[in-house]
Design a protein around this ligand. Structure first.
Ligand SMILES: C[S@@+](CC[C@H](N)C(=O)[O-])C[C@H]1O[C@@H](n2cnc3c(N)ncnc32)[C@H](O)[C@@H]1O
Length: 383
């Protein structure tokens, strides 16, 4: 299933938080089988790697009107959960969802599991010996599948480790900062753009962080830009685009076709000039309340990347730009500020710098400066 086959996913994301009539109309428009296929694909992606001590097959029946669409999932210890042939399997359990319930559970706004959201037949047709051990294995496997049908999100550092992103553990310790800022967006239907997909010119698939974001934002669409062809990383809710972050025309096209974005992350070349170009081109394509994130700002001190070990020795590094943005944030406090403020100054409302990681928060920067009636000299006598 490729992303492009699934413009259906955009339709699913739109209707998942809507009323039942809108949801059913969307199912009608795309077809129950097509929508169910996309839901099963998502469910498989969300399953944890099972620690169940064996192998079991779990049935998943999706009901829509008079239709019953049956799938079988193979749950094997230590391996990703996959689809199996529907016929001939000894089932540990059959889970039954209405299509509408499953769609809302997976893609609706987080609300917790509602009572009666699914039905279950446990050990429906176990043909072999009905041992306690077999029943316990079936229960563990059922739990793996059932857990994946919620819109709960595992902690971001666990996701980084699962998908092998370097944003946590070893060189970088970024996920705590990401979670702190992005958690409020987690249940929203967001669009995330990450510059730099990973793997450089290695043709092996990469995209660790794209998968991590897909799992972190259950209702999100994830886009990745890389100088190399990373189309092997495309999957439902993840789309890769090939081009250079230092090519303003290309980046503008990305924004026009797929933005505005809720979050933009620069984890690309880390060349200072590129980081500055991408920021100035892409910041306008962020929505208010969104974040522009710059990773690996240590290159501001690396000459090979256009940096300098001495702070301030080169005015054109990423960190010098960030320092200048503190002044931009305060444009209203300078006499000529309002006359000279640029787009970024007028739309930057917060700036959070961590070790090697910067978050720039977008919004309306117009609180008004401190009134002229407030004396510009201390008016008390502190002698
Ligand atoms: C550090 S890796 C990205 C890792 C990924 N974001 C992750 O967390 O899993 C950097 C990537 O940026 C890409 N890159 C290098 N120069 C670039 C440029 N000018 N424009 C876009 N991507 C570039 C490289 O090909 C490489 O795959």
């Amino acid at each position: 299933m490729s992303y492009d086959d699934h413009a259906v996913l955009e339709a699913i994301l739109r209707c998942a938080g809507g009323d039942e009539r809108f949801l059913l109309n969307t199912v009608e428009e795309w077809g129950a089988a097509e929508i169910t296929a996309a839901l099963v694909d998502e469910l498989l992606f969300r399953c944890e790697i099972p620690q169940v001590g064996g192998e079991a097959f779990i049935g998943l029946d999706v009901l829509h009107g008079a239709d019953r669409i049956s799938h079988v999932l193979q749950v094997t210890d230590g391996k990703p959960v996959t689809s199996a042939e529907p016929a001939g399997q000894e089932l540990g359990a059959v889970l039954e969802f209405t299509l509408s319930d499953l769609l809302r559970e997976l893609f609706g706004p987080a609300s917790g599991r509602t009572a009666g959201a699914f039905g279950v037949s446990f050990l429906p047709d176990l043909r072999g010996p009905r041992t306690m051990e077999g029943a316990a294995l079936a229960a563990r496997a059922t739990n793996v599948v059932l857990h994946a049908t919620t819109n709960e999100t595992p902690p971001l550092d666990r996701l980084a480790l699962r998908y092998e992103s370097d944003k946590w553990g070893g060189v970088h310790w970024f996920t705590g900062h990401y979670d702190r800022h992005l958690r409020p967006l987690r249940d929203q239907a967001v669009r995330i753009l990450e510059i730099g997909i990973g793997g450089y010119d290695d043709l092996l698939p990469s995209g660790a962080s794209l998968k991590m974001w897909k799992r972190y934002f259950p209702r999100g669409l994830v886009f990745g830009v890389d100088i190399f062809d990373k189309s092997a990383c495309d999957q439902p809710r993840v789309k890769t685009l090939r081009g250079r972050q230092d090519d303003p025309e290309f980046m503008r096209r990305v924004a026009e076709e797929h933005g505005p974005f809720d979050v933009i992350i620069d984890d690309g070349s880390h060349i200072n000039a590129h980081m500055r170009t991408s920021f100035s081109v892409m910041f306008p394509h962020l929505r208010n309340g969104g974040f522009y994130v710059i990773e690996d700002t240590f290159t501001s001190y690396w000459p090979g990347y256009g940096g300098h070990p001495e702070p301030g020795a080169r005015p054109d590094t990423a960190l010098e730009m960030v320092k200048g943005l503190i002044d931009s944030l305060h444009y209203e406090e300078r006499p000529d500020g309002a006359a000279t403020a640029d787009y970024i100054a007028r739309n930057l409302v917060g700036l959070h710098a961590y070790h090697n990681l910067v978050f720039l928060e977008k919004g309306v920067n117009k609180e008004g400066g401190i009134p002229h009636t407030v004396p510009r000299e201390p008016f008390w006598n502190d002698n």
